[in-house]
Design a protein around this ligand. Structure first.
Ligand SMILES: [Zn+2]
Length: 231
């Protein structure tokens, strides 16, 4: 009787494990080709919802290493701030082989980042380009405060136009201590980076115009873990 019960459960167990394994496997080239940019965006936002609610996928990373070693077909490329509190793969509940991530303090555009995003999309087939800023960004606060330090000075100078572009604050409110202003500049900086992607990369502009990729901006909330898409 005990054996019969075990035999009854065995197929369910195998099916469950197979489903888990399938759900967690790296994206194949065929799956990547079938994705639309909007589906990729929807999946990333669903992954963020799992992350926020503590329902992140349990993964066998050792298996992932083996499964992904032969090649990669990531679905998205995300240009994120450097901040240690924005672990991009975790934020979207994705894993090895799922997304490209480019990072620098303040998620600014430059030729090397553009070349990387061009590779990720035009060569490697990613369907979504996301620029991801976040609340309480130190790089943004530094740009507002006019901080200067070595090579950081020229990086922060790229954020300055976003500082100047934000309206609706009195002169005394436009400080790095004002979190509302810092967060408004962070959002504006994301929009500015997207503009630069479109104007400085004809490759990416053409992919977007053809509907092959979406380029979107988003902000990560350090308080909640939630990603908010920016218009
Ligand atoms: Zn930051």
């Amino acid at each position: 009787m005990r054996n019969l019960k075990f035999v009854g459960w065995l197929p369910l167990l195998i099916a469950g494990l197979a489903a888990l394994t399938h759900a967690d496997a790296p994206i194949t080239a065929e799956q990547q080709a079938a994705f639309t940019p909007q589906v990729v965006l929807d999946e990333l936002m669903a992954g963020n919802a799992r992350f926020v609610s503590g329902q992140s996928t349990e993964r066998d990373l050792t298996a992932r290493i083996v499964q992904s070693a032969a090649g990669q077909s990531p679905k998205a490329v995300i240009l994120s701030c450097l901040d240690s509190r924005v672990p991009v793969e975790k934020v979207f509940d994705v894993s090895i082989g799922d997304i490209f991530v480019g990072r620098n303090a303040g998620n600014v555009s430059n030729a090397d980042q553009l070349g990387s995003i061009e590779f990720a999309t035009a060569v490697a087939g990613a369907k979504l380009v996301m620029v991801l800023g976040h609340t309480s960004c130190g790089a943004v606060a530094g740009a507002i405060a006019g901080a200067e330090l070595g090579n950081l000075t020229q990086l922060l100078s790229k954020i300055r136009p976003a500082v100047n572009a934000v309206e609706g604050y009195l002169a005394e409110e436009r400080t790095s201590d004002n979190s509302d202003f810092v967060n408004a500049v962070a959002d504006r900086n994301v929009a500015q980076t997207i503009t630069r992607i479109r104007t400085d990369s004809s490759v990416l502009a053409e992919l977007e115009n053809n509907g092959d990729i979406l380029i979107v901006g988003a902000g990560y909330d350090l308080q909640t873990g939630r990603v908010i898409l920016l218009q």
